[in-house]
Design a protein around this ligand. Structure first.
Ligand code: SF4
Ligand code: SF4
Length: 169
């Protein structure tokens, strides 16, 4: 009897599997036309990083180094500098004068994004990073920073300090 039960179970499993196969056969084919058309990526896709600005156009990064500390690949390099009343780049006391990510080493784990207290660094959807020249895989701040809006104020120097930031200078 156990043998007959096994046969029945196996037949049921095969029928179930074939049912899925036939059902999928009736679905319209989905063909990605990449690279002729943009790739369709999920919202949560972790691509090349983007350095964000706040609502005043200031850089969100305040050079706290937490992302670099969290990075398991040790691929984030930051040099911090002080904002002044005359020259202000971020809303905090400091800004990242240099911010590099070495994509030769980055494993797109997202730890840097998780660690950032100001949501300054996020993952974008850029994925076409391949290169025959590894030196081009060290991305600089200027390549990752969100551009200022068209017709907006010139980069940072004349931006007003956001509320609450003046007293901290
Ligand atoms: S995604 Fe991971 S490996 Fe890449 S820079 Fe961020 S923490 Fe480092
Ligand atoms: S990106 Fe975020 S965590 Fe990294 S230094 Fe800037 S503010 Fe700190």
């Amino acid at each position: 009897m156990a043998g007959i039960g096994e046969v029945i179970n196996s037949a049921a499993a095969i029928a179930k599997g074939m049912g899925i196969t036939f059902r999928e056969m009736l679905q319209p084919a989905i063909t990605e036309e990449y690279p002729d058309a943009p790739a369709q990526l999920e919202e949560r896709y972790r691509g090349a990083h983007v350095l964000q600005r706040d609502e005043n156009g200031l850089e969100k990064c305040v050079a706290c180094f937490l992302c670099a500390a969290a990075c398991p690949s040790n691929c984030i390099y930051i040099e911090a500098a002080e904002n002044t009343d005359q020259v202000r780049f971020s809303g905090g006391e400091r800004y990242a004068k240099v911010y590099n990510i070495d994509y030769n080493r980055c494993i797109f784990c997202g730890y840097c994004v998780e660690a950032c207290p100001t949501d300054a660094i996020t993952h974008g959807h850029g994925f076409e990073l391949a290169s025959y020249d590894t030196s081009t895989l060290i991305y600089r701040k200027e390549q990752m920073l969100v551009p200022l809006p068209e017709g907006g104020p010139p980069p940072t120097q004349h931006n007003p300090a956001p509320a609450g930031a003046v007293g901290k200078l």
